[in-house]
Design a protein around this ligand. Structure first.
Ligand code: 7B1
Ligand code: ZN
Length: 261
């Protein structure tokens, strides 16, 4: 019905263009990053995250991913520096992942994908009044992408995976206070950056992408807990596991990818 979309055969990325023609636009995301084709830009400063007064509010299953939302009525949690001309306010973070053992990141690096990808979504509250307004502006959003590879348990990810049972079904929401996503970042914030889009409908071409080079390590067991989430609501008789909720890489269409040092 209407603008329903998903990741299946009938409603997945290959048919999103029917309801969202921008899917075939000139600055779509994700992309395959080819490291030695990225241009090193010495003018690109470090990314600075001021998440110290960070306030998570709730965790939700929106039928496409699990999302942790933040209080964004002031500049208490912002990202600045790097390619950004203004501070951008943290709005939410969420994940994309694959099926058992197979890959699930959205961005790929020289054709290689990771098990999962974390997106920290920020908006330009200096230039725009609301997230919605920023989400349709060419410099409205900044998304920090972090790759997840499998290995040992991540010491802090359990804070999220332990809460997933509270949001098993599409449409469920639960309190999730006091979580600071700074604990999910790798030690180095060296990055690639390029101009792109939201990777799910409405696919707005409003994102300054900052893809961090160093992945974090999480265990297969922790990733497996993401897969116990459902795409479907409690009232539906269909029980569809939430997995492979990633869009494949899109054409670069002449865009430049820059690399911090
Ligand atoms: N995979 S993505 O490109 O990071 C991506 C894709 C689609 C998105 O839609 C929203 N909307 C809100 O966060 C929102 C939160 C509160 C109110 C309105 C909108 N964020 C997105 C991030
Ligand atoms: Zn995302």
């Amino acid at each position: 019905t209407g603008n329903h979309w998903g990741y299946g055969k009938e409603d997945g990325p290959s048919v999103w263009h029917r309801n969202y023609p921008v899917a075939q636009g000139d600055r779509q995301s994700p992309i395959d990053v080819v490291p030695h084709q990225a241009s090193h830009d010495p003018s690109l400063g470090p990314i600075v995250l001021n998440y110290d007064q960070c306030t998570s509010i709730k965790i939700a299953n929106n039928g496409h991913s699990v999302v942790v939302e933040f209080e964004d009525s002031d500049d208490r949690s912002v990202i600045r520096g790097g390619p950004l001309d203004n501070p951008y306010r943290l709005k939410q973070f969420h994940f994309h992942w694959g099926g058992k053992g197979c890959h699930g990141s959205e961005h790929t690096v020289a054709g290689n994908s990771y098990a999962s990808e974390l997106h920290l979504v920020h908006w330009n509250a200096v230039k725009y009044k609301t997230f919605g307004e920023a989400a349709t502006a060419p410099d409205g959003l900044a998304v920090l992408g972090i790759f997840l590879e499998t290995g040992d348990d991540h010491r802090w990810l359990h804070m999220i995976t332990d809460a997933l049972f509270t949001v098993k079904f599409k449409g469920s929401v639960a309190d999730f206070k006091g979580f600071n996503p700074k604990c999910l970042l790798p030690s180095s914030l060296h990055y690639w950056t390029y101009l792109g889009s939201l990777t799910t409908p409405p696919l707005h071409e409003s994102v300054i992408w900052i893809v961090v080079k160093e992945p974090i390590t999480v265990s297969e067991k922790q990733l497996g807990k993401l897969r116990m989430l459902l795409f479907t609501g409690e009232e539906e008789d269909q029980r569809t596991r939430m997995e492979n909720n990633f869009r494949p890489p899109q054409l670069l269409k002449g865009r430049k990818v820059r690399s911090s040092n």
